[in-house]
Design a protein around this ligand. Structure first.
Ligand code: PLP
Length: 396
């Protein structure tokens, strides 16, 4: 009989995608569903990006490009790393892939052997543990709590790092919590790296332009260039430039790792889409001033969601400092009618709102049960969705 590989058997489908698909299905059946499950800005892709892609099409840029991106694309990515993240690098240390997700996938696949441990602060982005397991690695959760802003100390980290730890995965601003690391948090990580010379750190900075703290973005490779040869920084245009469907992600790190990722990519997807690369060049090289406006609009929506959620008995959320998610604790509601937060998410779906259960993000490792709301939706939609959540909760 047909048989799947043992590598595939180790992973589950993405629960965020599953919830979004279920909402789409219900909508196709005529149900009125507001989806706050997907991690995608609702703003239009900037006009100059679209224009650059049209021009690329018209000038016949429809052929293979170098596997790791065109020279122009790599220059634009290097500009982004230096200008926006403070990481000064050579273009040889840059690679470009089909979304940030593929860069992470290739980096882990290229470096993990069975038994290698990967420390992931929880709550985590859904794909991290699945990619680690697919690559044969072992997931080591590093639980964090809302009371500490989902931060961890050097001692917390040191307690879970062993000689078998290959990677620590960092994500700031974080999905699903909106937690933003300070320079002090990064220093704590650097101290543990000094004690463990084999440890690599992945810094997923894909939400960096979307912070509401006013403080400059803090990232490991910029703050500690002396450790940068053990840091892979991942970024992109999906979230910052509303280009999720165009599938461009960028990464920078030591050349051995960048070349290894490209070696793998040369046999998987090959080059990232030529037209999307032209769009990403325009995104990085063009005006960035629209971002201030987007940030402000996200901040207003965040404040709306935080104040309304915290007014509902049984629900609570800290104030996210970045990205566009609220991680809502609903543990007082679990038990009785609802066995777990998966059941709560289905209950909310019945009331017309799609969210993703906290368990999909490893919430259970932190003793948290609840759900993630994406506030990348209009204020009218957010208000209508929270009205429904309020009704659904009072029906319990
Ligand atoms: N990293 C994090 C933390 C994300 O939330 C996402 C998207 O949801 C990605 C990476 C991947 O983004 P992309 O669409 O560029 O693959």
């Amino acid at each position: 009989s047909p048989r799947l590989s043992s590598a595939l058997a180790r992973i589950a489908p993405s629960q965020t995608t599953a919830m979004t698909d279920r909402a789409t299905e219900l909508r196709a059946q005529g149900r009125d569903i507001i989806s706050l499950s997907v991690g995608e800005p609702d703003f239009d892709t900037p006009f100059h990006v679209v224009a650059a892609m049209k021009a690329a099409l018209d000038s016949g840029q429809t052929r293979y490009t170098p596997v790791g991106g065109t020279a122009a694309m790599k220059r634009a990515a290097a500009l982004h790393f230096e200008r926006d993240l403070g990481i000064a690098i050579d273009v040889a240390q840059v690679t470009v892939s089909a979304g940030g997700k593929q860069a992470i996938f290739h980096a882990l696949l290229a470096t993990l052997d069975p038994g290698d441990e990967v420390v992931i602060p929880a709550p985590w982005w859904v794909s991290y543990p699945e990619i680690v397991r697919f690559a044969g690695g072992t997931v080591v959760p590093l639980p964090t709590r809302p009371e500490t802003g989902f931060h961890f100390s050097a001692a917390d980290l040191a307690a879970v790092v062993t000689p078998r730890t290959r990677w620590l995965l960092l994500n700031s601003p974080g999905n699903p919590t909106g937690a933003v690391f300070t320079a002090e948090d990064i220093c704590a990580v650097a101290a543990v790296m000094e004690a463990h010379p084999e440890l690599l750190v992945m810094s997923d900075d894909i939400y960096a332009p979307l912070t509401y703290t006013g403080a400059p973005h803090a990232t490991l490779a910029a703050l500690r260039p002396d450790l940068a040869d053990r840091v892979l920084t991942v970024s992109g245009v999906s979230k910052s430039h509303a280009m999720t469907g165009l599938r461009i992600g960028v990464a920078t790190g030591p050349e051995w790792l960048i070349r290894a990722m490209e070696r793998l990519q040369s046999h998987s997807s090959g080059n990232p889409c030529s037209i999307s690369q032209a769009g990403a060049v325009a995104a990085f090289e063009g005006p960035q001033d629209f971002l201030a406006d987007w940030r402000e609009r996200f901040r207003q929506r965040r404040d709306l969601v935080v104040s309304r959620i915290n007014a509902i008995p049984g629900l609570s959320t800290p104030v996210p400092q970045g990205a566009f998610y609220c991680f809502v604790d609903a543990s007082p509601l679990i038990g009785g009618m609802l066995a777990d937060d998966g059941a709560l998410a289905l209950h909310l779906l019945e009331h017309g709102v799609a969210v993703v259960a906290a368990s999909a993000f490893g919430g259970g490792h932190c003793g948290l049960a609840g759900f993630r709301i994406s506030f990348a939706a209009s204020e009218d939609q957010l208000n209508a969705a929270i009205d429904r959540i309020e009704k659904a909760v009072s029906a319990l």
